[in-house]
Write a protein that binds this ligand. Structure first.
Ligand SMILES: [Zn+2]
Ligand SMILES: [Zn+2]
Length: 353
């Protein structure tokens, strides 16, 4: 358990600590000349500190150190954060919850409109990433994009939107964009082919350092990406000249909903991943519990350890050396003032320790 006085000052034991502080101060004032009494009073005050520390339950609520009530987070671990008011505000929001890695939308994910990103914003964003010690940032594309669609109008719009997403990533210095593989609507095989062709086009027309990370999906409706075979095939169908810019993002909630039992068959799930996709391609983990039962094919996120997955898969992921250098991002309900994010990050840090 890592608790410093600074943490007690701002934590739930604030009141108790204040009263101890006052007693120490009073003891100092009263006993400026009488060292024996002073020592006795100091000893009593210290005893009170020890008593307070003993009352602290060894849980994540108190895994705090530092002046800003931050979680001590030496991992590549964080959350999706808002860009409301401008992308440049996101890194600070990340720091405020104790993140070292963040994920952002570079525009509203529910609208087609592509905002013009000002040069000022991108310069501020890069500066803010450094100032807030953010070690990693990922983009997430709009929910409206469907590169697998058989509809010509929707597909044209989707290609245009993904190109704009990639251009904004380039402007902001983001080199990984998480993307859902889309819905095939008519035929799965044709959907995969359409997606791969359009993805190839978008990659060829964008900055070469940017990777698109195909995200695992829960598999509702005709969503692609609910099985490893889909994801591997999609990558293999992307043209060879840009194929190495395809990576993957595994979402624990989506995997579980899609029928990958991280709870009872953790090793088997990753063995399958390794065999079919390869662990090299894994470039991001979305850590979400699921609000629906195993195999539900529904995409409803729950707080870590509080959904149908429970704590164990997250404990294992946080301690798994294969995932040590892979950014882990929460997409769980934030609650008022992002308190949940702070709590969840502390919880995950505790799992890793
Ligand atoms: Zn996700
Ligand atoms: Zn989801």
């Amino acid at each position: 358990m890592l608790v410093g006085l600074g943490d007690l000052e701002s934590g739930p034991h604030q009141g108790a600590l204040k009263s101890i502080g006052t007693r120490v101060k009073r003891a100092r004032q009263q006993d400026a000349g009488a060292s024996q009494g002073f020592s006795r009073r100091i000893a009593r005050a210290l005893g009170a500190i020890i008593r307070v520390r003993k009352t602290i339950a060894p849980n994540e609520e108190h895994m705090l150190i530092g002046r800003h009530n931050h979680v001590r987070n030496p991992y590549l671990l964080g959350a999706h954060v808002s860009t409301a008011g401008g992308a440049h505000l996101a890194p600070e929001r990340g720091r405020a919850i104790g993140a070292t890695a963040i994920q952002v939308f570079t525009k509203s994910p529910h609208q087609w409109k592509d905002p013009h990103l000002k040069e000022w914003t991108s310069a501020e964003f890069r500066k803010s990433m450094q100032e807030n010690n953010m070690r990693c940032v990922l983009g997430h594309d709009s929910y409206l994009i469907n590169l697998a669609s058989p509809d010509q109008v929707l597909s044209r719009r989707s290609v245009k939107a993904l190109r704009a997403e990639l251009a904004r990533c380039d402007q902001l210095g983001i080199d990984r964009l998480v993307s859902h593989p889309g819905n095939y609507i008519d035929d799965q095989n044709r959907g995969l082919r359409r997606n791969a062709t359009r993805l190839t086009r978008c990659l060829r027309e964008s900055a070469p350092q940017i990777h698109v990370l195909l995200e695992t999906t829960a598999g509702s409706g005709t969503a692609l990406g609910a099985c490893f075979e889909d994801l591997a095939e999609l990558r293999d169908r992307v043209a060879a000249d840009v194929r190495d810019r395809i990576g993957f993002c595994a979402d624990t909630c989506h995997l579980f909903s899609a029928g990958y039992d991280l709870r009872n068959a953790y090793d088997k799930v990753w063995e399958d991943w390794e065999r079919l996709i390869g662990l090299d391609g894994l470039q991001c983990l979305h850590l979400n519990d699921s609000a629906t039962p195993f195999g539900s094919r529904r995409d409803r996120h729950a707080l870590i350890a509080e959904g149908s997955l429970g704590p164990e898969p997250f404990q294992r992921v946080m301690c798994d050396p294969r995932f040590e250098t892979i950014p882990k991002i929460l997409e769980t309900p934030k609650g008022p003032d992002n308190r949940n994010d702070i709590r969840m990050l502390r919880r995950l840090v505790r799992y890793a320790g």
